[in-house]
Design a protein around this ligand. Structure first.
Ligand code: NAD
Length: 518
């Protein structure tokens, strides 16, 4: 109960400290570097002070991480010209060669793990443990998609037919893909999109989030070092609507793979639909969640609380899979809330580079302000159940939000996803369970969901009725593993197919049937 699996501030878990020490020492050498990130396009881009943006650390806004040169509209258009021209050559490159680039890239990310983790921490406010998960996931995506691509693309599939006729199903790329990613997994999701679309034979214009473009720049440098041609994957840091409007309005963009907010996905969907003279596009969108967990009277309160803390507050609640609404059956509600209150009092909020920290900062001032307004409103209504104390000595210079838990009447009371460490709790009576499930399904999001119960058939029945992408029983609801828990939602939460799953690459491929009368 001392937070999401990390040592507490009282110096316990010396084991964990010694385990991380070598990595921390390696990271230390990258903590003061001031980076200069820029578009990495098929052609060189000149510096331009008017397009240069400062990046500072979310845990201490006085600390500079570096600068980012944003991509202009004209450069984005020229990058698109290059991507369009490179597509036939790249598609014709044997899939084994494409997959080998991914494998070398994975090796390079592992070799440069300390630097990438340092950047995740400095630019994205990530804890060390989150940084490890992040890089491992990116590496897993590369190796998993490399294997899947070879399985799918290497040889045509022979199909049956009458004597004298041969039928073959061949797989190819689709064209130019825009890969638009969020800041909360600045390496893993950024890489996952980029390598999946590229290994399937497409050329890629990768647009990282404004907040985390420096780590994206370092990642694409490594990708180039691994042998990825510079006109096949290009990096376009910059303002979402500016770069996005080029990527989503040009008829040569065959598809968009997007991860981010539901509202942004809808803007992109409309822009793609409004293009004239464009082939019908592919849109793969992974978006927000309003993830719930149902706890019945047979659940073990201590285990519930450990998993709730993990699910709601790890990564400062800035995971799309994070727990937002906890449904507690009346018989266990008081006990769970009491233990939760104690556990939340023990959480340490502060500098993500410190191993004693459980909860780091939120990404920026806009995020902090939005969350604080939500918290203030619920506090004003007298709904606060528990809150972690913020110590100004550790939080004064950054964008921090104290983890908090509020009682609400139901999921419908939430207008939108609150992307931070805010947990909402609803009490329910056993006879109201069907209504609870209906309201969760009716809210329209469908990403992750949890059940805590020692009654197996109860858990199975709920898992079957709930309409979400990933269901977790008697554990936390975050941290899907590539190839083990393919990840992605439905409804307002996304289009599928699932990232890290066996069908993901198919969405970026064309299938061609060739029939020959022999
Ligand atoms: P966001 O929607 O604000 O931004 C995502 C990306 O879209 C950024 O690169 C941004 O620059 C770009 N963008 C913004 N406007 C655009 C436009 N008009 N055209 C094209 N691109 C545009 O999201 P965010 O704040 O970066 O990320 C947080 C959100 O991402 C949360 O809602 C979270 O739930 C979601 N998310 C979902 C998953 C998932 O797998 N389902 C994973 C991680 C994050």
């Amino acid at each position: 109960l001392y937070g999401p699996g990390r040592p507490n501030s009282k110096g316990a878990n010396l084991n964990i400290r010694s385990q991380y020490q070598p990595l921390m020492d390696a990271m230390a050498t990258h903590m003061d570097t001031v980076y200069e990130a820029r578009p990495l396009l098929a052609f060189d881009v000149a510096s331009d002070p008017a397009q240069t943006h400062e990046v500072t650390a979310p845990y201490d806004r006085r600390q500079r991480v570096g600068t980012v040169l944003w991509t202009t509209k004209t450069q984005a258009e020229q990058a698109l010209d290059a991507a369009w021209a490179a597509f036939p050559r790249w598609e014709a490159t044997p899939v084994g060669e494409r997959a080998d680039i991914l494998r070398r890239f994975a090796d390079l990310m592992e070799a440069n793990m300390a630097e990438l983790m340092a950047l995740c921490s400095r630019e994205g406010g990530k804890l060390l443990t989150d940084g490890v998960d992040e890089i491992r996931e990116a590496v897993d995506f590369c190796r998993y998609y490399a294997v899947r691509a070879e399985e799918l693309f290497a040889e045509p599939t022979r199909l049956p037919g009458p004597t004298g006729e041969s039928n073959e199903l061949m797989m190819g790329g689709k064209g130019v893909f825009a890969a638009i990613s969020p800041w909360n997994f600045p390496v893993a999701i950024f890489c996952g999109q980029m390598v999946a679309t590229a290994v399937a034979g497409n050329t890629v214009l990768a647009k990282p989030a404004e907040q985390t473009s420096i780590v994206a720049h370092r990642v694409v440098e490594l990708l180039r070092e691994a042998g990825m041609p510079r006109d096949v994957v290009q990096l376009l840091p910059g303002d979402g609507p500016t770069v996005g409007s080029v990527l989503t309005s040009d008829p040569r963009v065959t598809g968009v793979v997007f991860t981010g907010g539901t509202d942004t996905a809808q803007v992109i969907n409309r822009a793609l639909a409004n293009r004239e003279n464009a082939a019908l596009p592919t849109l793969v969108a992974e978006t927000g969640g309003m993830n719930a967990m149902i706890v019945d009277s047979t659940a073990l309160p201590e285990q519930v609380v450990a998993d709730v803390i993990h699910s709601a507050f790890q990564s400062a609640g800035q995971r799309c899979s994070a727990l937002r609404v906890l449904y507690l059956q009346d018989d266990v509600a008081d006990r769970v809330i009491q233990i939760l209150e104690g556990a939340m009092a023990e959480l340490h909020v502060g500098d993500p580079r410190d191993l004693g920290t459980d909860v780091g900062p939120v990404i920026d001032e806009d995020a902090r302000r939005g969350l604080q307004a939500h918290i203030d409103r619920l506090k004003g209504e007298g709904r606060l159940l528990a809150e972690t104390r913020l110590d100004p000595a550790h939080t004064a210079e950054g964008t921090f939000i104290a983890p908090s838990a509020f009682q609400i009447d139901g999921i419908d009371a939430l207008e939108r996803e609150q992307f931070g460490p805010v947990l909402h709790i609803v009490r329910y009576k056993a006879q109201d369970l069907d209504r609870v499930i209906e309201s969760i399904n009716g809210r329209g999001y469908g990403l992750t969901f949890g059940v805590h119960s020692r009654n197996e058939s109860f858990a199975e029945e709920i898992a079957q009725k709930i309409r979400v992408g990933n269901v977790y029983v008697n554990r936390n609801i975050i941290g899907a593993v590539v190839g083990v828990q393919p990840f992605g939602g439905q409804g307002f939460s996304g289009t599928g197919p699932k990232a890290g799953g066996p069908h993901y690459l198919l969405r970026f491929a064309t299938e061609k049937t060739v029939t020959i009368n022999t």
